[in-house]
Design a binder for this molecule. Structure first.
Ligand SMILES: [Zn+2]
Length: 201
């Protein structure tokens, strides 16, 4: 069963942690410059540290693995197998868990950290992933722009307050330099709702 866990799901053998950081007028940085260089993306955004190996068991309740999520989301690869997602004339296949206020959800323009999927992985994921088993929507999406990241947002130097552990920071916003990113976010547009599935026991 475990080998069937989707590619982006983290494992108990894996760790994610923010390293020792310093915040200056230039933004947030890792105190260790080697670490900083390694985890800073080409666009200047700093990413969370990750370690360990895909061992133990998959953890569906945790955020998607930051490295594999970013890879799949950036390159538009399937969240399940890291291959090509399914495409047809309505666009790319996206499978999302239903939100709490599902009845009123407007899927056009929804912002998500979940990468697209292929049809074989869709079937497997609806069986293996508890969040999808609790209900999901299947979409076809023509446009999915990368709009920003989710992560920990540090206050500017001299400003009191704790970091916001789960902030959405848009690209080119003034907050961009003060975030340690964990997930890449895309906004889905020109969306066709294919089907809803309610909770399955
Ligand atoms: Zn797949």
């Amino acid at each position: 069963m475990q080998s069937r866990a989707p590619y982006v799901v983290p494992w108990t053998g894996e760790t994610v942690a923010a390293g020792k950081t310093v915040v200056s007028e230039h933004g947030v940085a890792y105190a260790n410059p080697v670490q900083d260089g390694f985890y800073r993306a080409w666009d200047g955004i700093l990413w969370t540290l990750s370690g360990g190996t895909r061992s133990g068991s998959p953890v569906y309740a945790r955020e998607l693995h930051p490295y594999r999520q970013r890879e799949a989301m950036d390159r538009l690869l399937c969240a399940g197998c890291n291959g090509s997602p399914s495409r047809d004339e309505r666009g790319v296949l996206w499978l999302l868990p239903l939100l709490d206020d599902a009845e009123d959800t407007v899927w056009e323009g929804v912002q998500t950290v979940i990468p697209p999927m292929c049809v074989p992985c869709k079937t497997k994921a609806t069986q293996s992933c508890p969040r999808l088993r609790d209900g999901h929507v299947e979409l076809r999406v023509k446009e999915a722009e990368k709009i920003g990241v989710r992560g920990t947002l540090y206050p500017p130097p001299g400003v009191e307050g704790k970091p916001d552990p789960d902030a959405l920071v848009l690209f080119d916003s003034p907050d961009e330099g003060r975030v340690i990113a964990r997930q890449l976010v895309r906004e889905l547009r020109d969306v066709t709702v294919v089907t809803f599935a309610a909770s399955t026991p």
